[in-house]
Design a binder for this molecule. Structure first.
Ligand SMILES: [Zn+2]
Length: 137
């Protein structure tokens, strides 16, 4: 058995990393986070130490990458139609969380704990093509 681990992805905040980790584990792949506690303690060091690392065993790399790719596919609406950018009509639209400052980050974390919708986090879609941010009704 190959006991080497590889870094599959890096995340600015551990909340995102936890979600992706859960998704990968649901496929039966062992996944680990490193530096999450350091970053939870002091989110400002996240960039300095390279973010929260999501690691998997080397032999799981291929499957884990496929899972990761399936998560980051372009956004679909409730009827599974691709969401179109209102500006350039591109379908390369991703769901996007705009945690823009430190205050909204803390609000986001606190809200995660009390399980209410984050007040300072606005969920939007972002066009990969023209960078337009928008909401759909
Ligand atoms: Zn666009």
């Amino acid at each position: 058995m190959n006991d080497k681990m590889i870094t599959l992805a890096r995340f600015q905040y551990s909340a995102e990393a936890q979600i992706i980790k859960g998704r990968i584990e649901s496929e039966g792949i062992e996944a680990f986070l490193t530096d999450q506690y350091t970053i939870d303690t002091d989110p400002l060091v996240s960039n300095a130490i390279g973010g929260v690392k999501l690691k998997v065993w080397k032999q799981d790399k291929k499957v884990a990458e496929e899972v990761l790719q399936s998560i980051s596919e372009f956004s679909l609406d409730d009827e599974k139609n691709a969401i179109e950018c209102p500006k350039c009509k591109s379908e390369k639209v991703r769901y996007y969380t705009s945690i823009t400052d430190f205050r909204s980050f803390f609000s986001f974390i606190i809200c995660l704990f009390v399980v209410v919708l984050p007040l300072y986090v606005s969920y939007k879609y972002r066009c990969e093509n023209c960078n337009q941010k928008f909401n759909i009704s």
